[in-house]
Design a protein around this ligand. Structure first.
Ligand code: GLU
Length: 428
């Protein structure tokens, strides 16, 4: 019997829009508005580098399984590339390319000195032991040791990864360079150079940008209800921080299903329940089960997709009742849904703005590692909130200036910054 099998699931779901095409169609609109010259357009539209690795991992049963992994560096004009690593059975190259480009735009929108990258491994971490995940993470790090580096390419967590994986990555990379290299990765555990506030940072940024949008739309906190798709790191922290601010969270969902309470879900109870039940909300009695597809079109004022790509499509967009969508996930809205949402007058705080709080605090972690100095939680929160509000305002003003959606405005802000820097660095 063969001991080497390539683990590769047939990934892309056929009815999903290709996220790379979704990204490019927005990029094209923004490039047109900016009157981007052909040279810059060509530089920005293609990733700088795409690495595909096949990593043999000895599984607990003694057999070797070969996993396919990716690291795509989209662009490094603004600085070393930055972006998470995703462990998921549906990872595929076009998705990683889109996610890498979104990191470039995200870092540019919040004005931090990074380019964009993304990594992924096709695997199902929910069926793997901690030892298998550790060996896979270390092998992936070794395979990419010449790509990663504190001033070259700096990974971070994404779907399916967290502080534990980042610790292994930091350790393995440090071994290859013969010294502790904390700044090679962010999202590390607090005890080993992680930053205070990093865990909740993405959710916090979603909350801050949601409140900023609500001010513009004249929506009152006490009268506003929310539905949140996804109850992982981003969804649950968004829910908790919005709940603490006094917003009424009427619906949440996770892999086990969706849950509705017209009077508002007690998010502290939901999180406590999830933590006590293997990370799932199944059986939670503080809300009644609802059809997960209906969550997106439920009677709420704000909709927060905080799970995966392409959940808001041309098929369900006509039925969305929320006046405001705040994108916690990367790429949750298919490009084909944009005109429908725009025509309905729904405001969208786009992913590259709304979820950029995570990479912002990653940047703070990297700065602290380089400084060899730890900031207080207040310093982190205060600085991150200010960056988020400033970025929101800049995107908002750009949307007014050109009479465009916040999404296209965010691309305009981002592409303009990268293009201007490119002119100075390279093609002046
Ligand atoms: N994976 C996160 C994102 O998509 C964080 C990336 C980072 O901190 O580098 O924004």
């Amino acid at each position: 019997m063969a001991t080497h099998t390539v683990y590769k699931e047939p990934a892309p779901l056929i009815d999903r829009e290709n996220p790379l095409e979704s990204m490019m169609s927005r990029f094209n609109v923004a490039a047109e508005i900016l009157g981007l010259d052909e040279e810059t357009y060509n530089v920005l539209k293609t990733p700088d580098k795409q690495v595909i690795v096949h990593i043999p991992v000895t599984m607990d049963n003694g057999k070797v399984r070969v996993f396919e992994g990716y690291r795509v560096i989209h662009n490094t004009i603004l600085g070393p590339s930055k972006g998470g690593i995703r462990y998921d059975k549906n990872v595929y190259l076009d998705e990683v390319k889109a996610l890498a480009a979104w990191m470039t735009w995200k870092c540019a929108v919040v004005d931090i000195p990074y380019g964009g990258a993304k990594g992924g491994i096709i695997c199902d971490p929910t069926t793997m032991s901690a030892g298998e995940i550790e060996r896979m993470t270390r092998a992936y790090t070794l395979a990419l040791k010449d790509v990663f580096g504190p001033d070259r390419d700096i990974p971070a967590p994404d779907m399916g990864t967290g502080p534990r994986e980042m610790a292994w990555l930091m350790d393995e990379f440090s071994k290859t360079v013969g010294m502790t290299s904390s700044a090679v990765v962010t999202g590390k555990p607090l005890v080993m150079g992680g930053s205070l506030g990093r865990t909740e940072a993405t959710g916090r940024g979603v909350m801050v940008s949601c409140l900023a949008a609500m001010v513009k739309l004249d929506m009152k906190i006490e009268e506003t209800s929310v539905a949140i798709q996804g109850f992982g790191n981003v969804g649950s922290w968004t829910a908790k921080l919005m709940f603490d601010k006094g917003l009424k969270i009427k619906a949440v969902s996770d892999i086990s299903g969706a849950y509705w309470n017209a009077d508002g879900i007690n998010i502290d109870e939901a999180i406590a329940y999830k933590n006590a039940h293997g990370g799932r909300l199944e059986g939670f009695t503080g809300a009644v089960p609802m059809d997960p597809d209906e969550l997106l079109t439920s009677e709420v004022d704000v909709l927060v997709p905080a799970a995966v790509e392409d959940v808001i499509t041309e098929h369900n967009a006509p039925y969305i009742k929320a006046k405001l969508i705040v994108e916690g996930a990367n790429g949750p809205t298919a490009a084909s849904a944009d005109p429908i949402i725009y025509a309905k007058g729904i405001s969208v705080v786009p992913d590259i703005l709304a979820n950029s709080g995570g990479v912002t605090v990653s940047y703070f972690e990297w700065v602290q590692n380089k400084q060899g100095f730890k900031w207080t939680a207040e310093m982190v929160t205060e600085r991150a909130d200010r960056i988020m509000s400033d970025a929101f305002e800049k995107v908002y003003q750009t949307s007014l200036k050109y009479n465009i959606s916040l999404r296209i405005a965010a691309y305009v802000v981002a592409i303009d910054k990268v293009a201007q820097t490119y002119k100075f660095r390279g093609g002046f």
